[in-house]
Design a protein around this ligand. Structure first.
Ligand code: NAD
Ligand code: GLY
Length: 362
């Protein structure tokens, strides 16, 4: 097992990463002195697979969790489900010492985290991420949110957990498409922060796609260490944390342009990374060879490098709208070279549009 500490002063916390470490959850919860309600927030699929094991480790320590089941996927991140979970906590007389544990992917983590951040102005939170995306990205760093009907992740805050326990053995049941989503975030991390991670993703592809325990533990720990470093430097996302957004400016617009159907988040980010790498090339940073190498790696993990059924102009409009709503500024995060990212203010619109044109089509 590896431990990565997210260094945030009094709000620092450990992320435990290992193969078959779920049985340690009960002991870890016990050691925090939980005396109030312990609520395990999860979705039916994950409860069916790992609910018993998670409950069992808590029961072994004399802790009886209340299991709160929420709908799967984005359907968990609605104001209605948020109110329902809050209502359940209230009905259980959960107080300020309550502990909320998310058991599931990024959706359940974002919802449970937002409940924990707001119920009684904040109660204890732990994440047990069960998707690769959640283990390498969403469970670390404290971003929590629910969706507004018109905008994803609009209602949220930054609220750090007490700990994260990432058991890579839980990934063995993950559908291949979900594995791909996590791989897209890993490629992002390598392209922006760590050339050696990118090389490992190239050389160890077969082991990683076979979900080999030792390789997964290594690669998840590397990604968590990198993300922890970025979060420690800019917890509230006013500057360098934007480096984690490579592929997301164009990727989010692709998701919106396709009405969140057809392309998963990871797939949209994959195409977004290809397009943004082309922007980097147009701005004189990445070489053509590097762009091709990144594209090859994305393809090697079964992720798309083109998008169909949208027009380049519609994607441009969505980017402009998103920027207007969120920051009023055009900023794009991209690699200057593979392994070293930067944030560009006001990139040339022509360069962006022409890069988008290159990824639209079959
Ligand atoms: P998800 O939570 O919807 O999980 C994907 C699917 O996998 C679901 O159907 C789920 O039931 C299933 N599943 C989960 N674990 C499983 C397992 N071990 N075996 C079999 N099936 C399993 O999706 P996700 O990709 O984990 O998360 C996406 C969400 O994360 C989005 O809402 C996104 O906005 C958010 N996100 C948040 C952050 C952040 O920093 N907070 C970062 C990235 C993404
Ligand atoms: N997933 C991007 C971030 O945590 O900032």
């Amino acid at each position: 097992m590896q431990t990565v500490v997210v260094n945030l002063g009094v709000r620092s916390y450990p992320v435990y990463i290992g193969h078959e470490i779920l049985p340690r959850l009960g002991g870890l919860v016990k050691s925090t002195g939980a005396e109030d309600i312990v609520a395990l927030v999860t979705v039916p699929v994950v409860r069916g697979l790992y609910g018993k094991a998670a409950e069992g480790t808590l029961l072994k320590e004399g802790i009886k969790p209340e299991v709160l089941e929420v709908p799967d996927g984005e359907a968990a991140k609605t104001p209605e489900v948020f109110m329902e979970v809050v209502g359940r906590l209230l009905g259980l007389n959960a107080g300020r010492g309550a502990l909320i544990i998310s058991l599931g992917g990024g959706c359940v983590g974002d919802l449970a985290g937002f409940v924990a951040a707001t119920y009684m102005r904040g109660v204890n939170l732990m994440h047990v991420p069960t998707t690769l995306l959640a283990q390498v990205d969403s469970s670390v760093g404290g971003k929590v949110a629910i969706n507004h009907p018109n905008a994803k992740n609009l209602i949220g805050t930054v609220y750090q957990p007490r700990l994260v326990l990432a058991d890579t053995a839980l990934l063995k049941t993950l559908p291949p498409r979900e594995v791909g989503c996590g791989m897209a975030e890993l490629i992002k991390c390598g392209a922006m922060l760590d050339y050696r991670l990118l090389e490992s993703l190239e050389s160890d592809r077969d082991d990683l796609l076979r979900l080999d325990g030792a390789r997964l533990e290594e690669i998840v720990s590397t990604a968590v260490r990198l993300k922890a470093g970025v979060v420690a430097g800019d917890e509230l996302d006013y500057g360098s944390r934007m480096l984690l957004n490579f592929g997301h400016t164009i990727g989010h617009a692709i998701e919106a342009a396709t009405a969140y159907e057809g392309y998963s988040h990871g797939e949209a980010i994959a195409v977004g990374m290809v397009a943004e790498a082309k922007v980097s090339r147009a701005l004189g940073f990445m070489s053509e060879k590097e762009v091709e190498r990144l594209e090859g790696l994305i393809s090697a993990y079964g992720l798309p490098v083109h998008v169909s059924g949208v027009t380049p102009e519609s994607i441009m409009q969505l980017i402009a709208h998103d920027k207007k709503v969120k920051s009023g500024r055009w900023r794009i995060s991209l690699p200057k070279r593979l392994g070293e990212g930067t944030v560009i203010e006001d990139p040339s619109r022509e360069a962006v549009l022409s890069a988008i044109r290159e990824v639209v089509g079959d």
